[in-house]
Design a protein around this ligand. Sequence first.
Ligand code: TXA
Ligand code: MG
Length: 350
Amino acid sequence: MDYQQTIHWSVDNVGEKTFQAAVAEAGALLREGKLVAFPTETVYGLGADARSDAAVASVFQAKGRPSDNPLIVHIADKQDAALAAAAITETAEKLMDAFWPGALTIILPHNGTLSTKVTAGLSTVGIRLPDHPAARAVIRASGCPIAAPSANRSGRPSPTRAMHVAEDLDGRIAGILDGGPTGVGLESTVIDCTVEPPLILRPGGVTSAEIEAVIGTVDVDPALSEEEQPRSPGMKYRHYAPEAPLTLLDGTTAFMHEQIRASRERGERVGVILTKDLAGESGADREYVLPAGDTETVARELYHALRTFKETEVDQIFMQVIAGEDLGFAVMNRLVKAAGGRVLTENRTF
Ligand code: TXA
Ligand code: MG
């Protein structure tokens, strides 16, 4: 892949001249078939013209992404769903009204106008209207439906800051719009509306309870909690891997301290992700301190925390599991993948 000079724009100040100029320039690059990364409320996305085979092919190349993993199409206005979907069902319409703009990707039959590389040859397409002014402004400026996977190299934690995108993709893409840290920190919920009841393929920013309050019962892909082949093509791949192995700990604080001690005794340099109340006394070589322990904060900080630990500094990372309800279900889904399934459970005798 040829090296290209990546342009960095700051788009913190919505509406200002610099914002408008950056958005216009980025939109023009997208229209020319170039790749531009932009912030959304979930994670940074790597945008390309969803109608152009060449542009979409370069997304897969820049990310090192397997070609059987379809991309989500991003739009700036609800009515633009028709640029990708063959028809909008009543259920999909309700979901759009309730959660768009927002962290919900809706799968519908596609209308045949997109590059077949976007949909990886499937008959369906995932569509999302992001809740971020820079994302929507740049999509609008491009004038095309924008295919955008998370803007990381395949297998790495998704980017929640522009510096994460630069780490992975500088020199491989045309530009990065820097809108500061993203709000949600985890990717959108993916829901398949081509089946009845609708099926959650990936848990994310919108919880199944929130969805059920709007459209009634939904199913959750059993592969998300059991050892089954997932229905969503992308869910089978290793994801979110930090540079050093991550092990999740299911037990007390004493159990965590014990594991850290044992790991150091094996000669490993240990990193730990923990909350403020436990900071300074873990015995680890390096701590990433979460400013608070609530699920929203863990979700927002998780990928940044995972990226903080460099292989030159630590050999092992530990983190305690969190409660797996609502947004916590999505956090645990990402954590278990990031850990490659390694969870140590404390032997408790009560
Ligand atoms: O929050 C997000 O969704 C972010 C931001 C940038 O919008 N995007 C994102 O894209 O996470 P990506 O490509 O990293 O993940 C897309 C997921 C993959 O697991 C993919 O397999 C699934 O959505 N997907 C896309 N189209 C699909 C389809 N037609 N059927 C089933 N799964 C699909
Ligand atoms: Mg991704």
